[in-house]
Design a protein around this ligand. Structure first.
Ligand SMILES: NC(=O)c1ccc[n+]([C@@H]2O[C@H](COP(=O)([O-])OP(=O)(O)OC[C@H]3O[C@@H](n4cnc5c(N)ncnc54)[C@H](O)[C@@H]3O)[C@@H](O)[C@H]2O)c1
Ligand SMILES: [Zn+2]
Length: 201
């Protein structure tokens, strides 16, 4: 949240000043600090005021992650699963294999995820910085419905990753009905998300 807000202020103040992202949550390190999308939510919708504005540097110190509450770790893992689904099947399998250690914020495993996910995000953003070529929109997997869930919860009931987890499950279900995904693939996605999200969500 701080990164989006500070980035948007940096984009607007004096029509743009240089800024650096120093993300301290798992989600911010693997996702929101990278790619230059900065913005804020309005009561009527997600990210309705914002800009594309690249930071000069993204500095992720994984030592920060050791103090995160488990809910925040789960939150970030949703986006990590997203990268596995859209771009990197071995990454998905890595999360399946190590989800227990990841939920305990195992520093070595989280460091590997931060590195692998950051590379995927940077690669996709470099190919389609302003989301005009149909490539960056892969990153929105689960987000159309997820953003609606966030808004319906008043941006308070669900954390971003929690809403996205539900959105990805719904997107998988729609894909099955559209015959774009097999039922077993959708179940594999559902199964991992349930294990990550906890409480059967
Ligand atoms: N710009 C983008 O491309 C992009 C991508 C994904 C998500 N987002 C946005 O990011 C926001 C969610 O960000 P978030 O998940 O980082 O949550 P957040 O910024 O709301 O932080 C969650 C909580 O964690 C605390 N915290 C931060 N670092 C900590 C640390 N090291 N130890 C202990 N506590 C710490 C914060 O004080 C806060 O209470 C959503 O608004 C979402 O829309 C933006
Ligand atoms: Zn997201």
């Amino acid at each position: 949240m701080i990164g989006d807000l500070a980035g948007y202020v940096a984009a607007s103040f004096r029509r743009g000043i240089p800024y650096v992202q120093v993300p301290t949550t798992f989600l911010a390190q693997i996702d929101s600090a990278i790619g230059g999308k900065v913005g804020i939510d309005l009561p009527c919708g997600k990210n309705l005021v914002g800009a594309f504005y690249q930071p000069k540097l993204v500095f992720s110190d994984v030592a920060c992650l050791s103090t995160l509450p488990v809910r925040q770790v789960r939150n970030g893992l949703s986006e990590a699963i997203k990268y596995g689904i859209i771009d990197d099947a071995p990454l998905f399998a890595f999360i399946e294999k190590h989800h227990k250690a990841l939920l305990k914020a195992d520093v070595k495993k989280m460091t590997e995820l931060v590195e692998r996910c950051s590379r995927i995000k940077a690669k996709i953003v470099a190919a389609d910085e302003k989301e005009t070529k149909g490539i960056r929109s892969f990153l929105n997997f689960g987000h159309t419905l997820g953003h609606a869930i966030e808004a319906a919860g008043g941006y308070d009931r669900f954390q971003h990753g929690e809403a996205i987890a539900l959105g990805m499950r719904m997107a998988a279900e729609i894909s099955v009905r559209s015959k774009l995904l097999s039922a077993s693939q959708a179940e594999r996605i559902n199964h991992l998300i349930r294990r990550i999200a906890g409480n059967g969500r």
